[in-house]
Design a protein around this ligand. Structure first.
Ligand SMILES: [Ca+2]
Length: 229
């Protein structure tokens, strides 16, 4: 039988799993400032270079779809967006490969590198997983190739270059100090910046510290002891 104590334990386990967890798509907002908590939306000057946060937030329509976006002006790229409603997009009349709720990155016409930054609020080990998707690179007669990267501070952790396809990444137990950054970066590849909408996600999940696991073990032991009484 599920007792109140069981419910309490389930609550403890649930909160342990949730502390420090971050999800780019779920957390995305244009109304909470930039940075928005652990997330910043903008561009970088070069690989390993300085980050500039986008300063223009707005909601707009493209081809019947509604997007919330961060950019540096309403008429230029790079842009970081989330598809709120409607089908398809692709800023140039894409082919519908972006789903509602997905965050997309688009580089600029001079290969300005679109960047989304996660800043670690505390130190620890973190599992990083996500993807760079084929937003409007396939099926529309355009190449739409992009360069995709994951960086920790100024060090490259992962990349796939000049690709029109979807690629996932999974980086286990990455050590971060408070203030360290993880950047998702998209450049325009070997062609140009047309048809380069790139759906992305990044989830950050803390790896439980040994002390946390030990603490949980003690809690479980205490719980078991109470049950035997
Ligand atoms: Ca391109």
């Amino acid at each position: 039988m599920l007792s109140l104590k069981n419910f309490a334990l389930v609550g403890v386990l649930g909160s342990l799993a949730a502390v420090g967890h971050a999800d780019l798509q779920s957390d995305f907002s244009i109304t909470s400032g930039n940075p928005n908590g652990v997330w910043s939306y903008g561009q970088i000057s070069a690989l390993g270079g300085s980050f500039t946060a986008a300063n223009v937030a707005g909601t707009g329509s493209v081809g019947g779809a509604t997007l919330d976006s961060w950019s540096f002006s309403t008429t230029t790229f790079p842009v970081i967006s989330k598809l709120i409603s409607g089908s398809l997009i692709g800023y140039n009349g894409g082919d519908g490969l972006i789903s509602i709720g997905e965050v997309t990155m688009h580089p600029g016409p001079s290969n300005e590198l679109a960047a989304i930054r996660y800043t670690a609020p505390s130190s620890g080990l973190f599992d990083l997983s996500g993807y760079f998707g084929a937003g409007d690179g396939i099926g529309n007669g355009a190449s739409g190739k992009v360069d995709t990267y994951v960086y920790k501070n100024s060090t490259q952790l992962w990349s796939v270059l000049n690709t029109p396809s979807t690629h996932t990444f999974s980086l286990s137990a990455v050590s971060l100090a408070a203030g360290d950054t993880i950047d998702l970066i998209v450049g325009f590849g070997s062609d140009n910046y047309i048809y380069d909408s790139t759906p992305v996600n990044l989830t950050v999940t803390p790896v439980p510290e040994p002390a946390t696991i030990a603490g949980l073990g003690l809690a479980l032991a205490a719980f078991a002891k109470r049950r035997r009484k």
